[in-house]
Design a protein around this ligand. Sequence first.
Ligand SMILES: [Zn+2]
Length: 314
Amino acid sequence: MATLFSSLRRCATALALTLPAGLQAQQVTLDTRDPNQKQDPTYEQSLREWLANPRHSSPLVDHLPLAPGIPTPRDVLGYHVGAPRILTHYEKQLAYYRALEKASPRVKVETIGRSDEGRELVVVWISSDANMRQLAENRKNLARIADPRGMTDAQVKTLLAQTKPHYHLMGGLHSGETGPSETLMELAYRLTAESSPIINQIREQLYVSITPAADADGRDRNVDWFLRNQSMARPVASVPAAGAAAPGDSARRPATGAPAAFGGPLPYWGKYVYHDNNRDINIKLVQMRAIVDWYFTAFPPIMHDLHESLPLLY
Ligand SMILES: [Zn+2]
């Protein structure tokens, strides 16, 4: 999460240098809290319980702001993002993004297609109220900038000055890498609700958009498999309350004495494809094609695809 913020901030900073003089005058800020915004004490309490070492956190995410009328992930999901032993099914992720959209004009959920198994594929847009009113126009401008043939240098420069950059984040391309899809819900909340100087700056200078789970079908199959492993490992407790589990407990580790077939083999993630690292460019799969098709309607200058080196590490 902290590295995502750093990337977004660097983007906002770099772009400020290419923006018109009026915008260049803005100071880049690193302040991570608004002293006038109330913070969620249950989040800070959970972090203290879950982190073996507080230094594993960051000033960017060691607090969770509260904003009247805007639901935190916990308000909708029932737990804080990152709670041990919990992963979120795709449908619940969509429910959260839709709740954010309903609560704030800063959020818009765009349907971009259906997966092989019929799950709705979406892109979630977030920016300031003013930017969101200009979303269609800005998108049109980015398409023209992406293919500036026929324009003079002066026309391109004018268009650049009138256009705000767009930063796209994608999670869940590889279904066994579970963290990004969780993290993105919290990031969406922070970008919508937080009034710290650093978040205000990102929200005012950028459009951010999110693919919650690029392989929506595989996401659900992997969460089912994860939960099945847990229920076999812990027959007494089903899904525990947030914060109930010991930190660092690996869901992939069988309980002592568990049968050899514990939890079953890794799931067959796709309807037609078991797992293919080249699915990144495999546009035979309808969900991948939907993302590529969407890309050519939005032309985000930055597309940040989130992966994991080790499942469950983050
Ligand atoms: Zn990956």
